[in-house]
Design a protein around this ligand. Sequence first.
Ligand code: PLP
Length: 419
Amino acid sequence: MKQIPETGVSKEVIMKELRQMKSLDFDWKAGRVPSYTYFVDDETLDIQREAYGEYIAENGLGAGRAFKSLERMTDDIKSMALSLFNAPTGAGASFTSGGTESVLMAVKTARDLTRYTRGEPDGRYNIVACETAHPCLDKAGQLLGVDVKRTPHTADFRADPALMRASIDEGTMMLFASAPNYPFGTFDPIGDIGALAEELKLRLHVDGCWGGFLSPFAERLGYPIPNWDFRVPGVSSLSADIHKFGYAAKGASLVLYRNAEDQEHERFSFSGWPRGTYSTPTFLGTKAGGAVASAWSVMQFLGMNGYLRAAKLTMDATMQLIEGLNAIPDIYCLTPNGESNLISFATSDPKLDIYAVADRLEERGWLRGRMRDPKAIQQGVNPAHLPVVDEYLAAVREAINFVRRSAADAPVAYDEHSY
Ligand SMILES: Cc1ncc(COP(=O)(O)O)c(C=O)c1O
């Protein structure tokens, strides 16, 4: 069993070992990783790193008391995002550690607000969502005692408002829609789902965790992005991750509410201990000050122009990949529409095992995501993928040839891998 060393190790030795360990990883900067990392350029990465380092010790739990600067930066970040997502006057937001926490807080707020308005302190409710919703919704449901009802997607991989309507019952408190969903990168019909929420007086949360900081810029570039934010009347809350296409260091996301008063139900407060009242706006206690400082600094550094430039690189890479993949015999992309930067491709050849293609790509250094239904290779695209489009397409062709040759020798059964 490894133990804390008796005597401390020198910085040189530690850094050498860190770099050695890093060499075991897939090369995300060279576009080999399908999600997890979001790289626009070295300059932005330096700002991210330096700002995080500057606030390495500061704690968001003390924002406003010990750290007025963190409070100011958090307020600026929320305000910039409320404006980006077309929030009306009276809207509010909370800074969280990631998409999962943002969705968790939206569900807690909806649950506690519903308990309050229905006068049911222990009320148990449900949320209706399409099956393509991110599993962080179910994680929130499990933690908060809220049921999640998933409805099948349409043939073009979107939520079906008619099926959602049919799943609503007296226990339903909220509808949940994705903009876009992670498996297919398609937008749910948020206008129709918003109208349903208004008609039945239900809340609607729109999960823009993946695309929140990409879609507004892709829309300005002319891509067919449907309305998904507070411009849609029935939307009560939104989530958007700054640590994805906002290019901030990890640990930065937002949950935004049309009515800031709803946030009373988001807050946790407790007084039953000797130390007095302990109260936090979101899930975390101690919060990385560096995540706030990096998000604030990168937003200042990139500006609207920088985000437009990053969105162009991302969408150029996406469209080139879709075109290149569709040109490979027996390969087709499931959603060739440019609504987002998520791509998945399948094969029309029943004898070609697409997971075996993914395994071969991974042997050659390209980490791939696997879709279960339909069986496909899936990835998110970021600017790091643009310089390697041709190299990647050549690797896909090689992997297909390799799998066909190996299958002719000895067929192997391949399992799906998680995420
Ligand atoms: C649509 C969507 N929602 C939520 C999440 C969860 O975000 P996080 O991993 O930051 O918790 C993701 C992550 O990819 C996502 O794509």
